[in-house]
Design a protein around this ligand. Structure first.
Ligand code: PGA
Length: 249
């Protein structure tokens, strides 16, 4: 089974010229790595041009966000159909940085359901801000999952990819241990199963301070189908090393 690696460039790089260079370096690094399906999530502004410039089939594109509504008076927003038309095959929904900017579980619920009515595969991001010895973070994640899957019709759930990203591990030096991820993956599957879907069929990604040193171990022992990579995906050399590390798995 190939691992799914999603490169979340966030609000980087600053010019399209640099974006093309980074994409080209990423493409070259990905070429020899057969064990990985790669998805690049650039700023939406770059989607169409990157799609046009890239003739290969190895890399898919994702939008980092889109609005749940089909069209209308939403100044500054992009619709799911627009990002799909620009070349995206995936869309991140409810990333921690968007939740911090005010996106709630209810927005996430609508976006996941709306994405499933397009051809886009939603990547539903969940994760707690802090951990407590009593395990309250499990309840928090369950709530996010319940909202995310609330309007998902039976039979469509296996198109939803769950990205578990503990907020305390994003943008830090502190990744989660594969053992803790394994425990969380079981919990995610159980929760999705509890909503009447096939929990075992759900693809799970881990994100939060993944780099070339810990990527392999997380895939091997974390019970995940792939990784969501922020910072390390915007440094060409670091990302090439990361993909190389997965090549060996
Ligand atoms: P990071 O970000 O890899 O820089 O921790 C991950 C993410 O926010 O998706």
């Amino acid at each position: 089974m190939k691992s799914l690696v999603v490169a979340n460039w966030k609000m980087n790089p600053q010019t399209f010229r640099e974006a093309k260079q980074l994409f080209e370096a990423t493409r070259r690094a990905a070429e020899s790595v057969r064990s990985v399906s790669l998805v690049v999530a650039p700023p939406a502004l770059y989607l169409r041009e990157l799609k046009r410039a890239y003739k290969g089939r190895k890399i898919s594109l994702a939008a980092q966000n889109a609005h749940a509504a089909g069209s209308g008076a939403y100044t500054g927003e992009l619709s799911l159909t627009q990002v799909q038309d620009a070349g995206a095959s995936y869309v991140l929904i409810g990333h921690a940085e968007r939740r911090a900017a005010g996106e709630g579980n209810d927005d996430v619920r609508k976006k996941v359901a709306a994405a499933l009515s397009t051809r886009l595969a939603p990547i539903l991001c969940v994760g707690e801000a802090t951990r407590s010895p009593r395990g309250e973070h499990f309840l928090y994640v369950a709530e996010q999952l319940q909202a995310g899957f609330a309007d998902v019709l039976p039979g469509k759930a296996n198109r939803v990819i769950v990205a578990y990203e503990p907020v305390w591990a994003i943008g830090t030096q502190k990744s989660m241990t594969p053992a803790d991820m394994h425990e969380m993956a079981i919990f995610i599957r159980k929760t999705v199963q509890g909503k009447g879907h096939n929990g075992l069929a759900i693809k799970i990604l881990y994100g939060g301070s993944i780099d070339e040193r810990n990527a392999h171990d997380m895939i091997e022992r974390g019970d995940v189908n792939g990784l969501l990579v922020g910072r390390a995906s915007t440094e060409a050399k670091k990302f090439a090393d990361l993909l190389e590390a997965l090549h060996e798995s």
